[in-house]
Design a protein around this ligand. Structure first.
Ligand code: FO1
Length: 324
């Protein structure tokens, strides 16, 4: 029967995830979208909790985002960072003054004992963000990378070293002890449609699915699940994905990315130019939508979101309860 998505859950991280979230938020009625955000990129700077993937979603969904870089606040200044530099502190992570405002507020709320889900929900509310934003877990989880210069924290590798060191192994430290937030589990259980954003599978999506119980929640959801490829012609639109896949001897193809999500997916969206991937995916039993998956700005993201929602309505239906 036709699917009428009125409760959509998006698994997202990074800049691509935030762009997809904005497209879906513009295409759906108010209140229909919940984004479950990666927290593996979170980091403490100067004693403050910085949550880049949550913050990029908050800023993008409240139109505060610096669109020229996809993270941080538009037209921000760096006076605090200049003082920190004068005081001899490391300043390789470009944290703007307005951005510091959020980190100061979040850290202050955490010190008062509030959990990250409640803090994030309050920030989204106060920023009038276009969707509900939830961390995948309120517990500690950090993506670490084993590089040819040893184990590294994510931001030290991504920003500090500009992704230069080659990567042999990834670890989502804390994932085995981390529990999904109750709100995230509820959103997944109540969803009519689950979308996996065109985010980096290794750095954004798998750290979400690694949270104990979260992959199982998606697997047993009655909502169909559709993923969008982060690759076009084997290249990432933004970020180190293609290089990272090469380091880890994983094919830089939409097909290889979809296989990482295993049986969670019912359908996958690939670029029109990647017809070979479409064939391989259909042989794997997946439904495939081939279209222009390059989003560009908000209008392009909304166009893609509308296509994905229309495709899901026509071709996908609720699944029987029980593990995929
Ligand atoms: N990315 C950079 O390449 N350089 C930066 O200096 C930088 C600062 C930064 C500050 C706050 C924030 O929320 C994100 C920031 N990012 C920066 C992006 C961030 O490292 C990545 O977007 C995510 O962690 C992975 O997508």
């Amino acid at each position: 029967m036709a699917l009428e998505p009125t409760k959509v859950v998006l698994l997202a991280g990074g800049v691509g995830g935030a762009r997809m979230a904005e497209g879906l938020a513009r295409a759906l009625p108010k209140g229909a979208l919940t984004v479950i955000a990666n927290v593996g990129d979170d980091e403490e700077f100067y004693g403050l909790r910085v949550c880049p993937d949550i913050d990029t979603l908050l800023y993008t969904l409240s139109d505060r985002i610096d669109r020229s870089q996809g993270w941080g606040v538009a037209d921000d200044a760096v006076k605090a960072l200049d003082v920190l530099r004068d005081l001899g502190a490391p300043t390789w992570m470009k944290l703007g003054d307005a951005d510091f405002g959020l980190h100061i507020w979040r850290s202050w709320q955490l010190v008062q004992g509030k959990n990250l889900s409640d803090i994030t929900a309050e920030a989204a509310e106060r920023f009038s963000a276009l969707a509900t934003i939830l961390p995948a877990t309120d517990d500690r989880l950090r993506t670490k990378l084993l590089t040819d210069e040893g184990w590294m924290d994510f931001q030290a590798w991504f920003v500090g070293k500009r992704c230069a060191p080659s990567v042999g192994e990834l670890r989502y430290e804390g994932a085995d002890l981390a529990k999904p937030s109750a709100r995230a589990l509820q959103a997944i259980a109540e969803a009519d449609l689950i979308v996996v954003a065109p985010s980096n599978p290794l750095l954004s999506i798998e750290p979400i699915l690694a949270v104990t119980g979260l992959r199982a929640a998606v697997a047993s959801a009655t909502a169909p699940c559709i993923g969008i490829s982060p690759l076009i012609g084997g290249k990432a639109v933004k970020g180190p994905l293609a290089r990272l896949l090469d380091d880890l001897d994983i094919d830089a193809t939409s097909h290889a990315v979809a296989r990482r999500y295993g049986s969670l997916l019912d359908a996958f969206v690939v670029d029109s130019g990647d017809a070979a991937d479409a064939l391989a995916l259909e042989e794997d039993g997946l439904k495939v939508l081939a279209t222009d998956i390059l989003m560009g700005g908000p209008e392009g993201a909304e166009r893609l979101a509308r296509e994905v929602l229309a495709y899901a309505s026509e071709k996908l239906s609720k699944r029987e309860p029980g593990l995929r």
